[in-house]
Design a protein around this ligand. Sequence first.
Ligand SMILES: N[C@@H](CCC(=O)N[C@@H](CS)C(=O)NCC(=O)O)C(=O)O
Length: 205
Amino acid sequence: MSWILYSSPRSPFVRKVMIAAHEVGFSGRIQRQDVMTNPMRPSLEVLEFNPLGMIPTLVADGEMIFDSLVILEFLNEQAASPLFPAAAAARRDCLTRHAVANGMMDKAVRMLDETFRAEQNNDTAEHIAGFSDAQLRSVEWMGKRLQLDRFDAGDIAFVSALAYLDFRFPKIEWRNHSPAAAAWFASASERPSMQKTAMAVPPKP
Ligand SMILES: N[C@@H](CCC(=O)N[C@@H](CS)C(=O)NCC(=O)O)C(=O)O
């Protein structure tokens, strides 16, 4: 039984996971593995499990679990004292507060990244290349996990992400990276929900 948490000592998301693990009494099961990862140079160790190359990523007895909210859900499944209330309205309230707090951390990390970039060499092109590679790795990863008889929240998120790439970044030729995702997207695009929500405005130049 091994739970390996790919981590960094300075990540607020890793800290959140560790606080939760302590709260529910599972911190002793987690073995932390510190890595260096950033959008331009993702950790190869993390990429083995997470196409985004981001931390925290937990590998629990061989199962990959990310991002931090999903890790909290996993800890909650193991725990006697729940991190998420069971009743629908209370759970929504908890998740909404979580979303704001996570958004704060997301934006704080982006602020730090912008600060470093401004201090260093403003390597915008390198950053964009790193983000674009993450898109392609993710399309490939998702392409292997599609099911034709399913259209759940994960699929809805994926179809929205692909449509946005087409809308904003048509130069990213994601279809070449996953013929399975390309075929799935073509068929999903015929759903009434997709047709009724097509972006009605052209992309800004
Ligand atoms: N939504 C993610 C955010 C995690 C995150 O932003 N992690 C940062 C470190 S604090 C990271 O992995 N950055 C590397 C990258 O963006 O490629 C979560 O909640 O786990």
